[in-house]
Design a protein around this ligand. Structure first.
Ligand SMILES: Nc1ncnc2c1ncn2[C@@H]1O[C@H](COP(=O)(O)OP(=O)(O)OP(=O)(O)O)[C@@H](O)[C@H]1O
Length: 270
């Protein structure tokens, strides 16, 4: 990729303050001699929602783990709010496919757990009002003393959103958070996620296998090549916000889906 093409992935032409920056991030897994990522450049601007989509095994989860600071890159650097990411940080929020709530804790106790781990029980108790406000934000008002086994899958993921937001992260890293839900719940939760991100001006980065999900949620969709993964196309999604599920029938939406599908069908090669 030449310098001009590379610059096209720098914030994908979106205006805004850079929050997250990856410069030449590469990853090889030495033990199996696997070259997973190849010098990825990425800038996420404040309040933007970006997605990455790519073939299985292309390095999406590896990229997310590096961004989260749980895996060191072999080459390159990662900056969040201008400081290097060299390990896990309190200003990075993460959400996975499974909500992984502790069954013996109430919803409220699960939500304040990151604070309890970080600052102790007293600090966690001081966050109960904040946790209740978050429950309100995600539509779970009054569910504070309920145990996880009384929550549906969608409700558990709402609680996981609260747990992610309680530390006031600068960026949200989302690894297919709703893929274990049925299609209707997933669509609904995606719209809820959009609402929450818009209300909090959150900067979000989503890994997904669903092209429609990437298009309906994102300002920019990054298409990744097969391993070693790198971005082969950054597509700005020019649909108004808030997005609605009706927009999925818009010809423009269909055009974005077709364009991404064609890129992936070609093997997303450079
Ligand atoms: N800890 C590890 N040790 C060795 N190889 C690994 C490790 N983790 C991932 N890999 C390899 O790195 C490559 C990228 O894996 P990764 O999980 O990042 O891909 P992915 O795009 O998220 O895949 P999928 O879409 O199937 O979830 C794969 O070939 C995988 O086998």
């Amino acid at each position: 990729m030449n310098a001009l093409q590379r610059s096209a992935f720098d914030g994908a032409g979106l205006a805004g303050r850079p929050v997250y920056e990856l410069r030449g991030v590469a990853k090889s897994y030495a033990r199996r001699s696997i070259h997973a990522l190849d010098r990825v450049d990425l800038t996420l601007t404040e309040g933007s929602f970006s997605s990455v989509i790519g073939p299985s095994g292309c390095g999406k989860s590896t990229l997310l783990k590096i961004m989260a600071g749980v895996l060191p890159p072999t080459e390159g650097s990662v900056y969040l709010e201008g400081t290097p990411v060299t390990g896990t940080r309190r200003d990075i929020g993460m959400m996975f496919q499974q909500a992984t709530l502790f069954p013996w804790r109430t919803t409220l106790e699960n939500i304040v757990l990151p604070i309890e781990i970080r600052d102790g029980k007293k600090a966690a108790r001081a966050m109960h009002d904040e946790a209740r406000a978050l429950l309100d934000l995600v539509g779970l008002k009054g569910f504070d003393s309920v145990r996880p086994n009384e929550l549906s899958g969608g409700m558990a993921q709402r609680a996981a959103i609260c747990r992610m937001l309680i530390t006031k992260p600068a960026v949200l890293l989302l690894d297919e958070p709703f893929s274990a839900l049925d299609e209707l719940s997933r669509d609904f939760m995606n719209m809820e996620l959009q609402r929450i991100c818009m209300e909090r001006n959150a900067t979000a980065f989503l890994v997904t296998h669903s092209i429609p999900e990437a298009v309906i949620l994102s300002d920019t969709v990054y298409v990744m090549s097969p391993r070693p993964g790198n971005f082969v196309e950054a597509i700005n999604i020019d649909l108004p916000r808030p997005r609605t599920l009706d927009m999925m029938t818009d010809p423009k939406f269909g055009e974005y889906v077709r364009r991404i599908r064609a890129r992936l069908d070609k093997g997303a090669f450079l």
